[in-house]
Design a protein around this ligand. Sequence first.
Ligand SMILES: Cc1ncc(COP(=O)(O)O)c(C=O)c1O
Length: 392
Amino acid sequence: MNPLLMTPGPVPVPPEVLNVLALPIEHHRTAAFQQCFERVLGKLPALFGTSQRAFMHVSTGSGGMESLLVNVLNPGDRVAAVVSGKFGERWAEMAEAYGAHVDRFEVPWGDAVDVNAFELWLKNLANKPHIVMSQACETSTAVLHPIESMAKVIRQNHADTLFLVDAITALGALPLPMDAWDLDGVVGGSQKAFMLPTGLSFVAWSARAWKKIPHAKTPRFYFDIRDELTANLRGETNFSSGVPLVKALDVVLSQIDSFGGISALYKRIDCVARATRNSLDAMGFCLLARSPSPSLTAVCAPSGIDGAKWRGLLESKYELVLMGGQDRLKGKIVRLGHMGYIRDEDLMRALAALPNSVNELNAGTISTEKITAALAGAEACLKSVPMPWLAG
Ligand SMILES: Cc1ncc(COP(=O)(O)O)c(C=O)c1O
């Protein structure tokens, strides 16, 4: 058996992506690469649901978060940050590192933003925020936040406050139409729904944000989007391009075109998520997120089982690679990703490994009948929305 990667990023990538990644290295300042780069740049805005330009950085997702921020921030700005897990904490710290005054809207880990409480908190802030930041999906807890409603509340209360969204585990995985929801900045990452290895981040800003970009006083160099724009208008990147990743992205985007657009991917990811949640629930597992994102599921370690030990057994014996909990959730949960090249048999293997490993650690607490029935339910659910690659 090959190790089965089922983490919420990096994700398993389609065979066609692996093939293109194995091609000889090409230089980025060539006519052939320029064509590929421009094709990709032309297609990216549709994934954001924006009429603005979208950009790529050779960076992890965190680099994209930094880019989103430094291009609109002034030292001393007030930033209102939703903190509902590890990634929210980190983005708030990043804003502080760049000299922002950060007010934190703390959400219990595992909960989604309550829009009424959020609105009240925004209204009662002593200082109006220049920027509001939130994750769309907080990957450390698997929660999906109500971004559309949050955007409305922000706009109703503060006409020119910018709303920046970390959509690293949301962009490409679920609908997040940037223009229709009036979001001012969105960042995604290659190792998530884009089905590529880690190494590219994707960013876009609204027209409202673009008015602020030329005047932002935060020092910026690598991520200065004005220079990237100038280079992109020539069909180039400002610095070296991540050529293999961009070529692989070109393949992914043309696959998405060939199976009728991104909504086919949303449907499949949602189906994998439902099959996972329903079957684990039927087996008696507790799921952490009360408002779960389709992009991943966080499963609580059953009582008496240390999550790290459980994950270790899944890796060593079942050759199933999942992620554990971070920070205060360390040892308490394991997280399964639903993005990427996940075939029915892959998910079925993972769903069987979870109860079997628990039984091994805890002496037969989940009955065979329960497991069989839950797996049959998951299989039927998966068959109702086949993987788009294999459907046609
Ligand atoms: C919501 C969210 N934000 C930020 C990051 C950080 O991305 P990276 O590790 O690519 O820098 C991740 C990574 O998993 C994430 O899920």
